[in-house]
Design a protein around this ligand. Sequence first.
Ligand code: M6R
Length: 604
Amino acid sequence: MCGIVGYLGDKNTKKILLDGLKELEYRGYDSAGIAVLQDGDFQSYKAVGKLLNLEEKTKDFITEKFAVGIGHTRWATHGKPTELNAHPHLGESSYVVHNGIIENYAELKKELQDDGVTFLSQTDTEVIVHQFEKNLQLTSSAFEAFEKTISELEGAYAILLVTKGESETIFFAKHGSPMLVGIDTQNDKYFASSDTPLIGHCSDVNYFDDGDYGYVTKEHIVVFDKEKQQKEPQFTKLATNKLSAQKDGYRFFMEKEIYEQSDVIADTLLGRVNDTEILFDELEDEFFNGIEEIKLCACGTSYHAALSASYLFERHSKIKTSVEIASEFRYREPIMHQDTLFVVISQSGETADTLETLKMAKNAGLKTLVICNVDNSSMVRLADASILTRAGVEKGVASTKAFATQVSIFWMLSLYLAQLRETLSREMIQEQITLLRAVPAAVKVDDTTHERIKRLSKRYLHGHGFFFIGRDIFFPLALEGALKLKEISYLHAEGYPSGEMKHGPIALADPELFTIALLPQNLLYEKTKSNVEELSARDSTICAISPITFDKADDFIQTKHHTSYMLEFFEMMVVVQLLSLEISVRLGNDVDMPRNLAKSVTVE
Ligand code: M6R
């Protein structure tokens, strides 16, 4: 996701900004830019793609005396990843960088346009700089104009702004998006949206609170709180280890990524859901014309997301859907019809088997779509259309937030198709939209639940196997739970449809067989419950995950009473992820880099 850096001082500003942006690369981005004010003049550079492109553009730009500078890496939300949409954004004589979302940008933009202001980008950010310059005319100082501007913004933001009239100042504001400032031994000031760019420059930093705003100059750091009261910055020691700083205090990237799911799903939904409909700007209106069937193809966790999607497409969009494991599909001489939309799903966009199936489908003349987390990846470049999941960079080899965003996209896509094909009424779509909007809250990790899972995990470190069981869309979730556990605990685990246990696997039941039962209250509860009872009667050790207390279970993880099975799905997804994580931690395994596995499987 987006990253911010800023610097005010006598050192090599360009290098400090570019090095800082490099430290934020792990968050993911699709374009980057810097603006530097020295000797009263601005220089600004932007580039799409990797930072190397920006470095190339700035190679002759020299900054060896006092300057103020701001920089940004952008992960596109409002508007495509183009140079015009990259930050910093320019007004008449000021530049701004911003992380977050300005919710009332459309309203502010309209007023500014009515006043004759021309906008160059499609971003929400650009309104900040124009609003600031409008306020410069109405107030007696740049600081007052900035303060007024901040008070007019709604939404979440971390902002840095520089302006020619105050050429030795950086203005800042933080509300809902992280930002910190540090000073070095020469009293130079450094800003960033997370710790890592400051490590090595500053030993002490001040983390801004929500509502903080103010400015820094050569001599001062002036901070006001949300009540407009001036306050002293509170400096704390900065970590010296970059890797641990990137983990934001979590023990593992996987844990951080589980906790991030609420934010990344909110990003996934951004601009794609309004009060009444689902929108996919990335798809042409006629994209689905002539499509009678959908075939989904993927590997691993992405395959589980595809399986989940098949339930949603058939239920909501009433379209025949089949799902294939890519490594199987590519060698079985499949029959492909041109009325089939071929959809590949991949976190990385580089998985060799999945990529190959995409090529096969293209060669057979099928329309193709990729659901992917990495823009410009091989699959995104090859497919006819792509929908980006916006999960940000996923570092843990065991995929978590990528899966969460893939399923969110599929849920939206099933409703988008339902709109097009009129298979759900407007009221039903609106109901679903309300539920979709509740997903970020449903996946927020509850401390009590996490603590409970930590304690429970010690009872699940041995045994001769795990069965994760569930019905309907909870079956792919069971598969995913089992895969997570296998990958990082090295214990044998299988996902199974709960109704299928009695057709063989129940023969394994004994106290050393651990059953993790997904028992949602809103979908086939009684049916699943009786399958779990059959296992309990044969003395399998049961860990039930459900909102409804289940007295036949040895262990019970209580989830919330939601009104929809999809919200239960997302909450239970977090529970199985945390359970695998905690078992792996207790076993002393390398959670983020499990043995024998690679993040991106580019060989078949
Ligand atoms: O990048 P992809 O989504 O195409 O990767 C597919 C699988 O290799 C991947 O999901 C793998 O199963 C993960 N390690 C799961 O945690």
